[in-house]
Design a protein around this ligand. Structure first.
Ligand code: NCD
Ligand code: ZN
Length: 347
């Protein structure tokens, strides 16, 4: 039985770090295990311009624990007023790795997002020309569409037409949560990849709703029924280079989640790799964990894989994670996978 694996140091291709006290509280957990992360720009106000991204990157670097080896890969928040020249300059000068499309109103802090996709065609065409990827929150916001169907409808109404209109645009469909999403990404001819979160491999919608309402399992896109979770597991553990890890670790202080209208977001940074090793072992795919967390992402983004390694060790007794961490912005509950975790990142 394998009880120790060494893999290339992983990257996280979708991460929320926030700002200020929350940034300082959560960043050390990601920096401890990951070499790079795609940093989501949904601050208030959002990170829209090259100048915004430079300033945010400086704040992240200042919040890093001393000796940490971590590089934030910045993204720009796409608005209908985004300037193609500024976006291209941010990419050309190595400031921003990608642009993020939030349909307006789709999720936390997405009010400044895109209402009419036609209004951003010029930016998207420019990105296609320079090879800058677009990260997509793939949900429609139409209130007449059931929340569990919003990803599938987004593919038909927005993503597929966009790919036909600008086929050279590289698109990452982030946090895929459905079999529809998995099948769409897997069947694309080119320029499409999908990230999958840790929690969507582990929970289905029962975790949120059965036996009481559990706000710490609520995120967007919302977890779907079991058939979808199984499709995600199959895709993640398949080794298919189109799929890779984007944790979408999204910290909110507990009082903001535990209320009548709680925020969406699950904080998985501290135990993500332990949970993933468990998932991949359970599916007989430990030998494909490295592809999912360390190799497929950089290949898709046109970056080299990391040169350093990490080791995961399977302990005889379950390892203990804190239920919540304390930050200067309040306590943040850590994702509970509801199974004992034996895999630990050796430090
Ligand atoms: C994210 C957040 O809190 O910023 N929430 C979430 O549920 N994933 C936003 C997002 O990525 O949708
Ligand atoms: Zn997110």
């Amino acid at each position: 039985m394998t009880d120790r694996i060494e893999i290339t140091r992983p990257d996280d291709w979708h991460l929320h770090l926030r700002d200020g006290d929350m940034l300082r509280g959560v960043l050390p957990f990601t920096a401890a295990h990951f070499a790079r992360a795609i940093i989501m720009p949904n601050l208030v106000p959002p990170v829209v311009t090259k100048a915004d991204a430079i300033a945010y990157r400086t704040r992240i670097m200042a919040a890093l624990p001393s000796g940490a080896d971590f590089t934030p890969l910045m993204t720009l928040y796409l608005t209908e007023a985004s300037d193609p020249d500024d976006v291209a300059a941010a990419h050309g000068e190595g400031v921003a790795a990608a642009v993020k499309l939030y349909p307006a109103g789709a999720t936390t802090n997405s009010d400044s997002g895109v209402r009419d996709i036609a209004k951003v065609y010029l930016v998207l065409e420019r990105m296609a020309a320079i090879g800058m990827p677009l990260c997509v929150h793939g949900e429609v916001t139409d209130s007449s569409i059931d929340i569990f169907d919003r990803e599938a409808v987004f593919i038909d109404r927005v993503l597929d037409p966009l790919r036909k209109r600008i086929p050279e645009l590289k698109i990452v469909m982030e946090h895929v949560t459905t079999k529809d999403g998995v099948d769409y990404v897997a069947s694309a001819d080119k320029n499409l990849a999908g990230t999958i979160t840790t929690h969507h491999l582990i929970i289905n919608r029962n975790a949120i709703l059965a036996g009481g309402i559990r706000p710490h399992y609520y995120c967007l896109p919302v977890a779907k029924r079991e058939t979808h979770r199984l499709a995600l597991r199959k895709a993640a553990t398949s080794g298919n280079p189109r799929f890779f890890l984007g944790t979408d670790s999204a910290p909110h202080a507990d009082p903001a989640k535990e209320q009548a209208c709680g925020c969406a977001g699950i904080f998985t940074a501290p135990n993500t790799l332990s949970c993933l090793a468990h998932v991949f072992e359970e599916d007989g795919a430990l030998d494909r964990l490295e592809a999912f967390v360390s190799l497929n992402g950089p290949a898709c983004y046109g970056l080299p894989a990391n040169e350093t390694k990490i080791t995961l060790v399977k302990r005889d007794t379950p390892i203990a994670y804190p239920d919540r961490i304390e930050t200067g912005a309040g306590p943040v509950t850590v994702f509970d996978p509801m199974f004992p975790v034996h895999w630990e990142v050796e430090t």
